[in-house]
Design a protein around this ligand. Sequence first.
Ligand code: SF4
Ligand code: F3S
Length: 267
Amino acid sequence: AIEDKRVPVIWAEFQGCSGDSEAFLRANQPTAGDIILDVISLEYSEVIMAAAGHQAEEAKKQAMQKYKGQYVLVVEGSIPKGDGGAYCTVSGQSAVDSCTELVKNAAATICVGSCSSFGGVPAAAPNPTGAVSVTDLVPGAPVVKLPGCPVNAVNLTATIVHFITFGKLPATDSLGRPKFAYGKRIHDNCERRGHFDAGQYAETFGDEGHRKGYCLYKLGCKGPETFHNCPTVRYNEGVSWPVMSGHGCIGCSEPQFWDTMSPFYRR
Ligand code: SF4
Ligand code: F3S
């Protein structure tokens, strides 16, 4: 028999919108297909897997037992702790119990998107479901965070490949984000930065400055406070990113951005 050296991956989704799964499916270099077929062995993913219902649950349980201490867990979505975990259950098991069990049995956990990393939109004030991040739920576990709304698939692929190559998670900043992806401010790599330095700003959406690619600071851009590699890797196969398309950064990779970065359209 040919030995399968691909790393087993369980992708769990809790209080999320599947935006990170969608972003992953649009990965291009390599494609999601290449990653799933050559690099990882995706044992469970509600969005991608063919199985459903009890069969899917069985696949998750078997993978967790068979690859205990070896699998990489990807978590998408926050975990609602309020009212005994009643706000999110999968197959009768609360996200609180399911996530705790999955994290404790994993070799490493990768949080994709801002919800699993920091609580994200579900945790925005007044946080009606008591949504928390993975590290709030299970402190001390080996976890790396790839916040963003959604995650950039390039950073997810790089993190997985780093883990496979070196057997450990990449070096992180104080918030648990890998330095290779979150080490620089948006503002320092932005293609509109020359206009900022020259004092050339778009004053309203659609005005002449906006059409000429002037800086979006006065339209609320949070690039100066945000750490993420969007200007260099971009989204959608490197095609574009928010500021390039004419919209200011809303700081989606920072903790509690929904509360701390709003109002999004004013400084
Ligand atoms: Fe900085 Fe935003 Fe202006 Fe770019 S558009 S230079 S990130 S303030
Ligand atoms: Fe998010 Fe700002 Fe990048 S809004 S996607 S961190 S440009």
